[in-house]
Design a binder for this molecule. Structure first.
Ligand code: ADP
Ligand code: ADP
Length: 229
């Protein structure tokens, strides 16, 4: 599903060049659950932004579903992104002015999906995330755990092939964090590929494979025993 070949991302600001991702080679198979770990500044966000087609690399190849997307324009990236990739963030990133239902409906509005089908899909994912009873509330009226369940519903509503999660439990207490991880794990068991950035060893334990980054490079890779081929 994903193949990176010598992928490199550099930033230049104030004439200082930073190599955030340094010749990374990585393959993610359909249905895998990967955790990316490493200290602050090691390139996790930069890598996730490229995987999610939000940003493009300077060098190397990125194969997404057998299409080489590394040199795609923002317009072409956005087309693939909007149909295939769901994002979950530490800070939930819900729109405060929109109700729960409307937040989850938004990606389908971008896809210009007809109203009846939108309704069916939104109601189904809200049920699935056990938050349907809060459809008409605003995000500020919900707990952190509930807000993250809404954010997962929003990621899911497009039926993504890939879910990218950036510290999904970072703002949650351990009980809500565990609930979110169980939900992600269920989704993965039903076939959705997940790549998650985390600082938590506990959360990383849900993954099949843990990739440790340092200075933009993969330094170690641990495969959980039950997933060794
Ligand atoms: P985290 O990955 O821990 O959520 P951030 O993505 O906010 O944190 O930032 C990670 C690192 O990248 C920080 O050291 C931050 O200073 C740096 N960074 C993020 N955006 C920029 C930018 N636009 N210019 C320079 N440095 C940046
Ligand atoms: P992490 O997510 O692991 O904290 P990042 O990918 O955010 O790491 O950052 C990797 C490196 O790239 C850091 O040195 C950071 O300061 C730098 N960086 C990140 N974003 C930018 C940016 N937009 N402009 C300049 N430097 C950046």
């Amino acid at each position: 599903m994903i193949k990176l070949k010598d992928l490199t991302k550099k930033y230049i600001s104030d004439e200082v060049e930073t190599t955030a991702v340094n010749q990374i080679n990585l393959e993610v198979k359909e249905g895998e659950f990967i955790a990316i770990m490493g200290p602050s500044g090691c390139g996790k966000s930069s890598l996730l932004n490229i995987l999610g087609l939000l940003d493009s690399p300077n060098e190397g190849e990125y194969w997404f579903d057998n299409i080489e997307v590394a040199t795609f324009s923002e317009k072409k990236r956005s087309k693939i992104r909007k149909g295939n990739v769901g994002f979950i963030f530490q800070s939930f990133n819900l729109i405060d002015e929109l109700k729960v239902y409307e937040n989850v409906e938004l990606p389908l509005l971008y896809q210009k999906m007809p109203k009846e089908e939108r309704k069916r899909r939104v109601e189904a994912v809200l049920e699935q995330m056990n938050i349907a009873h809060r459809s008409n509330h605003f995000p500020s009226q919900l707990s952190g755990g509930q807000q993250q369940r809404v954010a997962i519903a929003r990621a899911l509503v497009i039926n993504p092939k890939l879910i990218l999660a950036d510290e999904p439990t970072g703002n949650l207490d351990s009980k809500n964090g565990e609930e979110v991880m169980e939900l992600l794990s269920d989704l993965n068991n039903k076939g959705t590929t997940i790549v998650m950035v985390t600082h938590s060893n506990y959360d990383a334990n849900y993954a099949h494979r843990i990739i440790n980054l340092l200075d933009g490079k993969i330094i170690t890779e641990n495969i959980k025993e039950e997933h060794v081929a």
